[in-house]
Design a protein around this ligand. Structure first.
Ligand code: AHR
Length: 498
C-alpha cells in the first residue's frame, strides 16, 4: 500500500510551547515513594532522590510537571508536607487508600524539579479545603519574603520563591470517586471565587479549571459549559483527561484511539467558545490536556493492592506497556501537536511506576517502558512551529470508529531543521509514504527511527529491560523535495531533516 503526505509551509498550527511535553507526578502508589524517592537506594542524593531516575526523566524530555495529584490532591494538607521532616505527620490518603508520610513535600519536590530541569504546575485542594488553603499555599510558594508564610518557607531552607505560574483549581471535581466531588454549579462558583482571589494575589498566574474527568462522563459537555459560565473571566485553561486501552482484543479500534482524542478536543473547544461568545468575551480559553495516557483501568479494579490494609507505597496502577501501546501513545502526541493552537499544555499521566514510561525496582534498576521512546523522541525533535500536513491514505475498518485512516502524521519546523512524525495503523501491511517536503528547505535526513516489532505485544520488563527499543528506519530517501519512507505495520516513526 502507498500513501501521500503534503507539507504546506503556511499551514501553521502554532509555535511550539514546551509545556505540551509535560508530565505528572502524583502521591500515588510507587510514583513518589520507592519511585523518584528512595533514600536507601545506591544512587540516592542527600534529599533521598534516585539520580538514575533523574537521568531517565531528563532523557524523556518532559517539561512542566503537574503535582501532587490527581485524586490525591483532594485530601492534601500542604502544611503537612513542609518543615522538618521528622515532625511531619503521617496521614491516611483516602484517594488511594494508602499511608502518606509527607517525607516528600513542596520544597523537596521543587529541588527534584531543579535536578530534572522541569517546571512545577501545582494543583490546589478544592475537595476537602478551599480558598484560604489555596491562598496560603500560593503565598508560601511564590511570595518573595516578609510575610508569615514566605518567611516560613525561608526558615525551612528555601530562600528563593518557587514562582509557580500554572495552578490547577482542584482535580476531577465531577467524579463521584473524588473526595469532596461537586455539581458543576457548585464547583463552577468555587473555582471562580478561588481564581479571583488567587489572581488578586498575582494577576499573571495561569489557572486551570477542571473539565470533565473523561468524555464518557454522563455530564460531559454540560459540565464544561456550566463551569465556564461561572468562571470564564477568571481562568485561562480548562482541563481534559483521557485514558485509552485495548478492549476485548479489538486492536484495530485501539490503534485509532486518536480519533477519540480529536473528538474530545473539538467538543471542549466548541463548548468553551460557545460560552465565550455568549458572554461576548474577547478571550479564548485554552485546553490543558493534563492527564493523558494508556491505562488498563478495567484490569486494575481487580488486581491492585488497595482497600485492605493502609500501606506505604503499594504497587498500584503499574501497567507494563507493549509496542502497540507505544504506537498509540505516539499517535496521541501527534494529535496533541495537531491541536496545539488550542491545546497549549499537556501532561502525560504519569511519570514513574504508576502508568508510567519509567519503571523502578526498590534497591535495583530503573528502565524505559516502550512508551518512553515516542515521547522522548518527539520532545527532542519537535521544534519551532507545528505544521498540519494533508494526508492522502487508505482506510481500514474499525468497530468503534468506522473507517479510520491507515496513516497519521504531523510535521514541525524551526526554519532550518524539520521533523516528520508518522504512524502506520495497519496490522498487516507496510505502507510506502511519499512526503512532499519541498516547502521546508531541507536537503538531508539526519535521523530516522521507528518503533515496531514482529510481536506487537512485546514489552520491557524487570527481567528483560531492553526487549523493545528504537530501531533505525531503513531505506529512507530524500530526493529533491520528496521524502520516501516505508512504515512497518503497527509502527510509530520519526524522521529528522536539515
Ligand atoms: O492518573 C491517575 C488518576 O486518574 C488521577 O489521580 C485522577 O485524576 C485520574 O482519575
Amino acid at each position: 500500500a502507498t500513501a501521500r503526505v503534503a507539507v504546506d509551509r503556511d499551514a501553521v498550527v502554532a509555535q511550539i510551547d514546551r509545556r505540551i511535553f509535560g508530565s505528572f507526578v502524583e502521591h500515588l502508589g510507587r510514583c513518589v515513594y520507592n519511585g523518584i524517592y528512595e533514600p536507601e537506594h545506591p544512587t540516592a542524593n542527600e534529599d533521598g532522590f534516585r539520580l538514575d531516575v533523574v537521568d531517565l526523566v531528563r532523557e524523556l524530555g518532559s517539561t512542566t510537571i503537574r503535582y501532587p495529584g490527581g485524586n490525591f490532591v483532594s485530601g492534601f494538607r500542604w502544611e503537612d508536607s513542609v518543615g522538618p521532616r521528622d515532625q511531619r505527620p503521617v496521614r491516611r490518603d483516602l484517594a488511594w487508600h494508602s499511608l502518606e508520610t509527607n517525607q516528600v513535600g513542596v520544597d523537596e519536590f521543587q529541588r527534584w524539579l531543579d535536578l530534572t530541569g522541569s517546571e512545577l504546575m501545582m494543583a490546589v485542594n478544592l475537595g476537602t479545603r478551599g480558598i484560604e488553603a489555596a491562598l496560603d499555599l500560593l503565598e508560601y510558594c511564590n511570595h518573595p519574603s516578609g510575610t508569615t508564610l514566605s518567611d516560613q518557607r525561608i526558615a525551612n531552607g528555601t530562600e528563593k520563591p518557587h514562582d509557580i505560574r500554572m495552578w490547577c483549581l482542584g482535580n476531577e471535581m465531577d467524579g463521584p470517586w473524588q473526595t469532596g466531588y461537586m455539581t458543576a454549579d457548585d464547583y463552577g462558583k468555587l473555582a471562580a471565587r478561588t481564581a479571583q482571589a488567587m489572581k488578586a494575589a498575582d494577576k499573571d498566574l495561569e489557572l486551570v479549571v477542571c473539565g470533565s474527568s473523561g468524555s464518557s462522563m454522563p455530564t460531559f459537555g454540560d459540565w464544561e459549559r456550566t463551569v465556564l459560565e461561572h468562571s470564564y473571566e477568571h481562568v485561562d485553561f480548562i482541563s481534559c483527561h483521557a485514558y485509552y486501552q485495548e478492549r476485548g482484543g479489538d486492536l484495530a479500534s485501539y490503534l485509532a484511539s486518536s480519533i477519540d482524542m480529536q473528538y474530545f478536543i473539538e467538543t471542549v473547544v466548541a463548548t468553551a467558545d460557545h460560552v465565550g461568545n455568549k458572554l461576548k468575551s474577547s478571550k479564548k480559553i485554552k485546553l490543558s490536556f493534563d492527564e493523558w495516557n494508556i491505562w488498563y483501568l478495567d484490569e486494575h479494579r481487580e488486581s491492585d493492592e488497595v482497600n485492605h490494609e493502609w500501606r506505604y507505597a503499594p504497587r498500584q496502577l503499574e501497567d507494563v506497556y507493549s509496542v502497540a501501546d507505544a504506537v498509540v501513545l505516539g499517535n496521541l502526541m501527534i494529535t496533541l501537536l495537531k491541536n496545539h493552537d488550542r491545546v497549549a499544555s499537556a501532561s502525560l499521566a504519569q511519570l514513574v511506576n504508576v502508568i508510567a514510561p519509567i519503571m523502578t525496582e526498590p534497591g535495583g534498576a530503573a528502565w524505559r517502558q516502550t512508551t518512553f521512546f515516542p515521547f522522548s523522541v518527539t520532545s527532542r525533535l519537535a521544534r519551532g512551529e507545528v505544521l498540519k500536513p494533508r494526508i492522502d491514505a487508505g482506510t481500514y475498518s474499525t468497530a468503534v470508529y468506522g473507517d479510520a485512516p491507515l496513516i497519521d502524521s504531523v510535521v514541525t519546523t524551526d526554519g532550518s531543521d524539520a521533523a516528520v512524525f508518522l504512524v502506520n495503523r495497519s496490522q498487516t501491511e507496510a505502507i510506502e509514504v511519499t512526503v512532499n517536503v519541498s516547502e521546508l528547505g531541507v536537503a538531508s535526513v539526519t535521523e530516522a527511527v521507528t518503533l515496531w516489532d514482529d510481536d506487537v505485544y512485546a514489552k520491557n520488563t524487570l527481567a528483560d529491560q531492553e526487549r523493545v527499543g528504537l530501531k533505525a528506519l531503513e531505506g529512507v530517501v530524500l530526493d529533491g523535495g520528496t521524502l520516501t519512507v516505508t512504515l512497518p505495520p503497527v509502527s510509530w516513526s520519526a524522521i529528522a531533516l536539515a
